[in-house]
Design a protein around this ligand. Sequence first.
Ligand code: PHE
Length: 515
Amino acid sequence: MAEEAVLGYLEKNEQIADSGVFAEEQGISHEEIVNIIKSLNAFRFVEAQVLSYPFSQSEMQDIKKERWKLTEEGKTYAANGTPEFHLFMAIPPEGIPVGELKKKLGDLAFKIGCKQAKDKDWIEMGKSISRKVTHVEDDVKAMLVKINNGEALSKEDIAALKKRNLVSPQIWKGFSVTKGPNYAPKRTKPATDLTRENLQRGEWKDMQFKEYNFMAKGLPVEGGYLHPLLKARIHFVIFPFLYSQCTETDANDFPSNGVIFEEMPTNNYVESSFWNFDALFQPQQHPARDSHDTFFLREPSTTKELPEDYVARVKQIHESGGHGSRGYGYDWKREEANKNLLRTHTTAVSSRMLYALAQKPFEAKKFYSIDRVFRNEAVDRTHLAEFHQIEGLICDRGLTLGDLQGVLYDFFSRLGMSKLRFKPAYNPYTEPSMEIFGYHEGFKKWVEVGNSGMFRPEMLLPMGLPEDVRVIAWGLSLERPTMILYGIDNIRDLFGHKVDLGLIKSNPICRIGLT
Ligand code: PHE
């Protein structure tokens, strides 16, 4: 209605000289008229008329008038009367002791009332208070009511009310308005979409479209955030494994230098005990093969097939050895090897890869994987029954322990850890084995960062790999470095059903290896 009034008026008239007068004439609130003028001005339907300098062309001409509005105190008096009036009315003809009147009115009203009534010469103060006149008018209340009704008061009256802080000035803002360059008697909203109906009815010919705002930020994406583990994973792959191909370092100075790391197919959480343990020369009585440490499958409980000739060689190396080894000297059972489990390490995949490699003419290889493994462990702030393992291995002729150490230095320095220490360790499938410790600059201490070793001949030779082929390998968890990177001290805050989705949305990009 206000919009029609403004645009309609300008159709027949040069200008709206004063929005306040206009609002009154139209019987529309001034606020409503002003809002419409602002909106029409933004789209240049209307514009300010340059009345006098120093206003710029585009500036609306403000018309300012001073108006008065009641303060909170003023509003109460306008509604209920002033304290001085109440005080006067509370004084009986014979007068009243001060204390009694105070009690009647309350401290504040008494104080204000006394002062004003005394100034007005309405009362007499002694031990008791008495009236000086017989009749009074609450003139202040009357003035306040007038202001409320928009009636004008004399300058002196306003000054008096202002002094008592009963009124405060209200700057009144209005505009003078003329047609703008986009003026039309009716505003049609520019369309944001072209609909089927627009096309069918032929409306598209005359339609005005809203311009694209290429600077608009767009809505925040509601899904598709990367979990911190995925971000860390990307960097563990890119920097140490993939990027290591591109540089020449002493650490890479062995025959397979230049061979690209290939990702191993880790897409089987269910594995047979054979590939997870037996192929890795892990004896069947080994405590890790207990159900306290490993999740065995009830259904299907056993594997369907294994490479029989290789199984026979594995049985033999366990029972009586070979290739210079004495074996373990126990009765190796096929049923134990057949048992299905959730793989306890990705080294199970490494054993499959190496076996497959041994079936073809030898070729130097580098493999890596980052995927999930499972262990039947009590869950606490640093342990879960499943986590992610990063695994790397290089197989080539004549590799040495020095090569393994060099590769580990190269690998970890790309992750920002260049001080390493190695501690002799034991794995059934590697000899020698080394735990890897890295110096954490933030914690100022050595922290265990991984496990490594050279695969044993008892593992490699039954597979059929040439005698001079050595395999250096290492493994670490993805969770541990990710927790350190993101400052998370409880693994359950990083992984599993207790993770706060807010963390997933807001966690920053991972910057390891970039510094
Ligand atoms: N499989 C080992 C583990 O689970 C890691 C490892 C991989 C050790 C390769 C040596 C060689 O801790």
